[in-house]
Ligand binder design. Structure first.
Ligand SMILES: [Zn+2]
Length: 470
């Protein structure tokens, strides 16, 4: 007794075909033509695409930042993901500089315990090394990989809080190379940026607009090149998170062309929002768009789209880290105190489909690759998720390419009180969402509702595969 999805078009990263999909229990049991209906519940997917559930590899749920905590916990955040067609997220556990990786992992597993509603995994952010030559922490990295954490995050920004120096980065990369783990890099030159930030503050330039101007695209490009060059020296595979502009893209492609094992993601906000349009410097409301890297000039958007089509950038994520306007008001008089981050996990698939596929910039197959198949493969869970294939988890989305949908805070499931794309109408949305075989969202009959039990999401252990290069 299973669920048989009939009459839909199954889209993979390579091709599309009219195929039936049989779900039995938590698993995809069969994919093929004319599968026997006998004994199964039939779901008619006429006019719909059958795609693997989205995977957002960059979220910050229940994350402390600047004296407050992001406005989605594991329950609301993963439900918002599901409503938008995303069935797996990879969140970040953050090492406190004075603590161990093990302590950080315990804290984040506790945050998610009994709360996650779809499957999730964790990257581990390394912010300090303990012991002689960092040995204690470096040895802990190996323990982390045994616990299923195959990617380590390093911040080249936020001095004194999260930023690591080049020595520490190099040591972590050497260790990651020996473990076949992936290094994820927040690439911005935090030291240079802080000089600019301090000068702006001294000159009374305190509105949100200045936050964006204080973080030059070239500070990102410089750090992108440095991270990839150092990783290449150690033999580590490296993944640049939230790449936002053409200069950084140049740095990435330059090193890729020379054989570096370098990957990158960009985020929906950098593809469709801009400094000119969202942050012209006219109001406090622009605090909505204070995140790092900041919004860039509009001219950076098309190169990013082109990189998605060409394959130099292989993942689209969100850096989902929502705050309410009340939380943002911590920096009402000083942009340095505005909590950094914006909402996005619920709208990633819609934005990528509408402005990517509908606009002719990417194909439906590339949409599947960028939103699910590549993230699964790069982050070491391609044997479990990211494709519609027998034996994999039945994370399946029935995608309606013709459904019009208006993005707005009033109806969103995300926990904050604004939407980055407020009032935009897009075409293309998740109709039904299955997470490990369970129908958890049915936007056709109960729009925006999460139908599964709270806490049903499971931690996904990931393999060390050097970002798919190994
Ligand atoms: Zn982030």
């Amino acid at each position: 007794m299973g669920t048989l999805i009939k009459n839909g078009t199954v889209v993979s990263a390579e091709s599309s075909a009219k195929l039936d999909v049989l779900i039995e229990g938590e698993t995809i049991a069969a994919v093929g033509q004319g599968l026997n209906e006998a004994g199964h519940t039939v779901v008619d997917a006429t006019g719909l695409l059958v795609i693997p559930g989205g995977i957002d590899v960059h979220t910050h749920l229940d994350m402390p930042f600047g004296g407050t905590t992001s406005a989605d916990d594991y329950t609301t955040g993963t439900q918002a993901a599901a409503v938008g067609g995303t069935t797996t997220v990879i969140d970040f556990a953050l090492q406190n500089q004075s603590s161990t990786l093990k302590e950080a992992l315990e804290i984040w597993l506790k945050k998610s315990d009994g709360k996650a509603c779809v499957d999730f995994s964790l990257h581990m952010a390394v912010t300090n090394l303990h012991g002689t030559n960092g040995e204690e922490t470096l040895n802990e990295m190996e323990e982390m990989t045994k616990a299923g954490i195959s990617s380590f995050k390093l911040f080249m920004a936020y001095p004194n809080v999260l930023m690591i120096n080049d020595e520490l980065m190099f040591r972590v990369m050497e260790k990651a190379a020996s473990l076949n783990a992936l290094c994820c890099i927040h690439a911005e030159n935090g030291s240079a940026i802080d000089v600019v930030v301090a000068r702006m503050a001294a000159e009374g330039k305190t509105e949100p607009h200045w936050h964006a101007l204080s973080r030059d695209p070239k500070a990102e490009a410089e750090a992108t090149h440095r991270a990839i060059a150092l990783a290449d020296m150690t033999g580590a595979a490296v993944y640049i998170v939230h790449l936002s502009n053409e200069y950084a893209l140049d740095a990435l492609e330059h090193m890729q062309a020379r054989g570096a094992r370098a990957l990158a993601e960009t985020c929906t906000q950098y593809l469709v929002l801009s400094l000119e349009e969202q942050m012209p410097g006219k109001s406090w409301e622009e605090a909505k768009f204070v995140f790092t890297p900041p919004l860039r000039e509009k001219r950076h958007q098309e190169p990013l789209w082109k990189a998605l089509a060409d394959g130099s950038i292989t993942v689209v994520s969100t850096d989902h880290c929502p705050f309410t306007m009340e939380q943002k008001a911590l920096g009402r008089d000083d942009f340095r105190k505005i909590p950094n981050g914006g909402p996005g996990v619920e709208n990633r698939m819609q934005i990528l489909w509408h402005f990517g596929v509908n606009a002719g910039r990417i194909t439906p197959e590339q949409f599947v690759a960028l939103s699910s198949t590549n993230p699964a493969k790069i982050f070491g869970m391609g044997g479990q998720k990211g494709r519609i294939a027998a034996g994999l988890d039945a994370d399946v989305v029935l995608w309606d390419p013709n459904k019009e949908y208006t993005l707005q805070a009033a109806t969103q499931r995300m926990g904050n009180d604004y939407n980055l794309f407020e009032g935009w109408t897009v075409k293309g949305n998740a109709a039904k969402v299955f997470s490990r075989g369970e129908l958890v969202v049915d936007n056709e009959t109960q729009p925006g509702a999460f139908l599964g039990a709270t806490g049903r999401g499971r931690f996904v252990k990931r393999e060390c595969n050097a970002g798919g290069f190994a």
